[in-house]
Ligand binder design. Sequence first.
Ligand SMILES: [Ca+2]
Ligand SMILES: [Ca+2]
Length: 233
Amino acid sequence: MTTLRQKCVFIETNVFDFFGHLRYEKDMKRLLFLTIGIFLIFTASAWADTPQLLISEVAWMGTDNDSGDEWIELINTSDEDLTINGWKLVWGDVEVLLRVQIPAQSYFMLERTDDDSLRGIPANQIYRGSLSNRGEAIHLYDAQGNLIDSANGDGGPWPAGNNRSKSTMQRHVTESPEQDLHWITAPATPGRENRGLDIQDTNAFSEIGDQNMLLLMLTMIVVAGLVFWWFNR
Ligand SMILES: [Ca+2]
Ligand SMILES: [Ca+2]
């Protein structure tokens, strides 16, 4: 026969087990939410650091026909159409206002002065203003004035391109912020994929820049710290 004392011990044990279980579940949930939260912050940052409209090729040297036949190629690396009304390409005292929609995974060709700068290739937009052979810092801004991308963004001589062979300056690394070593010299590819560039690489996550790698490491350290704290408290 169960005594009253045995009944009390039974209830006490089960109640404590119940609340202990609840507390364990709560901690697990907190840890899970924290991990998911940190992962989302990292994901958002990785996405934000990967521009979806890139300056992908710069023909600052012009073409075999005329050194003044300069052109610039942009690419929408995203899977959605981009409307870039009010966006600007800026270098020196030149400002090119963009008012277009660029279809997903498509190129956008800017030709200087007229459509003959790139013969046989229809220009998406004509602009005025020359690119110095000595180098320009080209910046792409959105309508709110946020810097989206650059080409030779730190100024100085062009990091790639050749005035004699008329090989162009082509982006082969799409990390942000852009650096000189992200460009190569190669035969022109107007409106086509650049040499050495896998277009898939321009999507978020496939290219983890230095900043994102640092953030990933910090995230892992924080998560490891939380797990360690939880097991040792
Ligand atoms: Ca043309
Ligand atoms: Ca190209």
